[in-house]
Design a protein around this ligand. Structure first.
Ligand SMILES: Cc1ncc(COP(=O)(O)O)c(C=O)c1O
Length: 398
């Protein structure tokens, strides 16, 4: 077939490609720190016990392979909305928030991108740096992608002053992708005061805030991490949200997520929802059933919700302890920027600030991280952390 000869093989994916390389490495001592997955203290893939329990029950009692509606499982969406906005705003939000269940956070981002394009938005700004797939998702949809200043690489801190100046100079009505918490890849977040000031500024400039929330509960806790969304809801400010249940409920492969759009009225909600449903119908038709039912059961049963929050908090604390250990071991070796980033960051990730050749050097020693030198701290444990530290020290000396 001559036609297919036009296709040239592409470079591997920036994150999944590293895991492929890891699988091909025959060495007996190798560690994959590239993907955002939580591993337990033994280095094993971890499913939250509450999720496993509910899944078994669901399979025994309610298993079904029937299609869902285009918008997915409505009770799941309502539970999620309630989780994010709480008692105070739920009544108002139910009237104003257009929502559909999506295939993980990724398809919420993509459907949101298609929705923006329908409304005449041609460009979106993402943080510099950002998760490798953001640019790819938006460009694939046909949006132009610009960047806004975010983290200062030499000090590994949020450069809030530059970010604010950038927003002041933005054209009215611009769209921005914002990380709700646990910024990927730096782990560096805005504080409450900065969020409030920035969100008010963005509202004045009639900007469209598209939030990506893939790490709810990993920074401070479920309630605290949803602060920017509650602030917007309470102040009747429109926003879009791509929510992922992959990490927060350890449901990675079940592909559970949601796209929510906080509009100004019930009428707007109806119109917006009709658009996102039509986009869903034309791209994947309707989302998978299983995981959304599990999340709904957990969130709507008081004891299960409590258990889930406790399990999430155990995960969060283990990652925090790993950071404390690294700071202690690296304080005389690593750069000040790295120490800052370990001390100030939240969630799975931190950037090591290594050059591409130093990253290659780590691959040769069996340590796999992304090309930007992002590591997943949840893949470190007492069995591999000292080995990682010694490989890191070697890599920065070469
Ligand atoms: C910042 C960010 N957004 C979105 C996603 C997508 O999540 P999902 O796997 O649910 O599609 C990820 C996954 O790693 C992520 O890190």
């Amino acid at each position: 077939m001559e036609f297919f000869q036009n296709y040239k093989e592409l470079a591997p994916d920036a994150i999944f490609g590293i895991s492929e390389r890891f699988r091909q490495d025959k060495s007996s001592s190798k560690h994959n720190l590239s993907m955002g997955i939580y591993y337990d203290e033994e280095g094993e893939f971890f499913s939250m016990p509450v999720v496993t329990e509910v899944a078994k029950r669901y399979v025994n009692e309610n298993f079904s392979t029937a299609y869902q509606s285009i918008g997915g499982y409505r009770p799941f969406l309502k539970s999620l909305l309630y989780l994010l906005v709480g008692d105070e705003s739920i009544e108002k939000s139910e009237k104003r928030v257009a929502m559909i269940q999506t295939i993980g956070g990724t398809s919420a981002l993509r459907t949101g991108a298609d929705f923006l394009l329908r409304g005449g938005i041609k460009q979106i700004y993402v943080s510099d740096p950002t998760w490798a797939n953001h640019r790819a998702i938006f460009e694939e949809a046909g949006l132009e992608v610009g960047t806004y200043p975010y983290a200062e690489p030499t000090t590994m801190s949020v450069d809030y002053g530059r970010l604010k100046n950038f927003v002041v100079g933005l054209k009215e009505g611009s769209a921005l992708l914002l990380h709700a918490c646990c910024h990927n890849p730096t782990g560096l977040d805005l504080n409450k005061k900065e969020w409030e000031e920035l969100l008010i500024l963005l509202r004045k400039k009639k900007c469209i805030c598209f939030f990506d929330m893939a790490y709810l509960g990993f920074a401070h806790g479920v309630y605290e991490d949803s602060f920017p969304l509650r602030f917007l809801t309470e102040n009747n400010i429109d926003f879009m949200l791509a929510f992922s249940c992959s990490k927060t409920f350890t449901l990675y492969g079940e592909r559970v997520g949601a796209l929510m759009i906080n509009t100004g009225s019930e009428q707007e909600k109806q119109a917006v929802e009709s658009h996102i449903k039509q986009i869903a119908r034309r791209t994947y038709s309707n989302p998978p059933r299983f995981g959304a039912h599990l999340v709904h059961t957990i969130l709507s049963t008081e004891s299960l919700r409590k258990q889930w929050e406790e399990e999430l908090s155990t995960i969060r604390k283990r990652i925090e302890q790993t950071k404390v250990y690294l700071v202690e071991k690296l304080k005389n070796v690593g750069s000040q920027a790295l120490i800052n980033s370990l001390k100030e960051s939240f969630g799975f990730f931190t950037l090591l600030g290594l050059s591409p050749s130093q990253v290659e050097n780590l691959y040769k020693q069996g340590i796999y991280l992304t090309g930007s030198s992002r590591i997943n701290l949840a893949a470190l444990n007492s069995g591999n952390i000292d080995h990682f530290i010694s490989c890191f020290c070697k890599a920065i000396q070469d």
